[in-house]
Design a binder for this molecule. Structure first.
Ligand code: NAD
Length: 415
């Protein structure tokens, strides 16, 4: 297995894009590094009355197009380098969908599976209090990511509001609807991905009816993507989570598998399915492969074994640059993360706008606006990839990095 980290991948992508765009070397240097990195020690009282000490961080990449925006991740393997890469990708992503935001990401190195709800609440509140000075609706607006959810965002909002002294729903997105969340936010990333897959299928003349889909990761993005693709007539033939995967050539019912996961803790050992590994899932013969777990999954060593027509990246950074080349040469249509999973931040933006204007849009309004933004971004990227005779990732990066560089040039540097 090649040893590329998310950060080396993000830097390599930026280098290739800078060359393509003939970017000023000073701007390239600026974009390599985040504007600010906060490292905090999150100390909480554990349920057994011991003191738990967890490392947390918030990386703010660049905010030349608007306030910072990005998720909060809880994961035992979390590193600052990974979070820095994820913050960069957020900067490009917001620019590609043309949202007035810069990129950020944060997280805490912890294993939420081994923690109680009370411990997670204290952890979240303490973390927010430690980075409070650098958050805010016009400064940095967090959202959910791996192993954080609507409940986590409600604690973020409440802690921020308590410290301010008044309610500030626009300080965070991905909240429950009951406290100012947007309709459609929970499914937004998966729905945006499905819009991209639908357009790619049209271009490839691939009929979605009975198209075979494999999904890696069965959390917010993976489960909802499986459900939506199923509702579009696709056959979901393989799904997985951190414990392993299942394969069923006749197709599974995503909601029933989700109920089984809720009951048993995993998708594995589901009736009429064969248990498979995550590696086998990626190599399954299918029409559409959706990696929706973690980074660095499709690499040089397994890219040649991918047997899908479309790879739609729900996760951030699942494919390495070396693997990108292999997939492109194999004629596989890869819809890159910074486009395919941008539905989440798009509806987060809608949530922020609704909070700032004290409005509440219907689900139909939200989904219609999402469809229009994502479809436009998809064809902007498509058009550029045809012009450049490149893969879609190269084109998406050129579009995103190009817009950020344009903003830097226009603002100039304050001395
Ligand atoms: P989640 O916590 O809801 O789900 C993560 C899923 O991945 C779980 O099913 C978990 O079991 C599985 N998983 C973890 N490690 C795995 C492994 N090694 N192999 C296979 N499966 C594994 O997280 P999520 O919000 O669905 O995020 C998934 C990915 O999508 C992440 O890369 C995240 O950055 C990206 N993403 C999420 C959103 C969003 O709105 N939630 C938006 C954009 C991108």
């Amino acid at each position: 297995m090649t040893n590329q980290t998310a950060l080396t991948i993000a830097l390599e992508q930026l280098k290739l894009t800078a060359e393509k765009l003939e970017l000023d070397s000073g701007i390239h240097e600026m974009l390599k590094k985040p504007k600010r990195t906060l490292i905090v020690s999150v100390t909480i009282k554990m349920d057994d009355c011991s003191i738990g000490v967890f490392e947390g961080c918030r990386v703010q990449h660049w905010d030349v197009r608007g306030p910072f925006k990005g998720g909060i991740r809880y994961h035992p393997d979390l590193t600052i380098d990974d979070i820095t890469a994820l913050a960069k990708w957020m900067t490009w992503k917001c620019a590609i969908v043309d949202l007035p935001y810069g990129g950020a990401k944060g997280g805490i190195c912890c294993n939420p599976k081994n923690m109680s709800q009370g411990e997670l609440e204290r952890l979240t509140r303490r973390y927010v209090s430690l980075i409070f000075d650098y958050l805010g609706p016009h400064r940095d607006v967090p959202a959910p990511d791996v192993y954080t959810n609507e409940q986590t965002m409600a604690w973020v909002m409440d802690t921020y509001s308590q410290l301010k002294g008044f309610s500030v729903p626009e300080s965070v997105t991905g909240k429950p609807v009951a406290v100012g969340g947007s309709e459609g936010r929970v499914c937004a990333t998966a729905l945006g991905l499905a819009f991209c897959v639908r357009e790619a299928a049209k271009l490839l003349k691939l009929n979605l009816k009975n198209a075979k889909v494999a999904v890696q990761g069965y959390g917010n993005v993976g489960y909802n993507a499986a459900s939506i693709m199923h509702s579009l007539g696709c056959k979901i033939i393989a799904v997985s989570d951190s414990a392993g995967g299942i394969y069923c050539p006749d197709g599974i019912n995503p909601a029933e598998v989700n109920a089984h996961k809720k009951k048993t803790g995993s998708v594995i050992n589901y009736k009429n399915c064969v248990n498979i590994t995550n590696e086998e899932l990626l190599e399954t013969e299918c029409d559409i492969l959706i990696p929706a777990a973690l980074q660095n999954q499709i690499r040089k060593d397994n890219a040649d074994k991918i047997r899908a027509k479309i790879v739609a990246e729900g996760a951030n950074g699942p494919t390495t640059p070396e693997a990108d080349k292999v997939l492109y040469e194999k004629g596989i249509c890869l819809i890159p993360d910074i486009l395919a999973n941008s539905g989440g931040v798009t509806v987060s933006y809608f949530e922020w706008v609704q909070n700032l204007t004290r409005e509440h849009w219907t689900l139909a309004e939200v989904n219609e606006k999402l469809e229009s933004k994502i479809t436009k971004a998809f064809y902007d990227v498509q058009k550029l990839s045809r012009k450049e005779e490149s893969d879609m990732r190269t084109a998406a990066l050129m579009l995103g990095v190009g817009r950020v560089a344009q903003a830097i040039r226009t603002l100039g540097l304050w001395q």
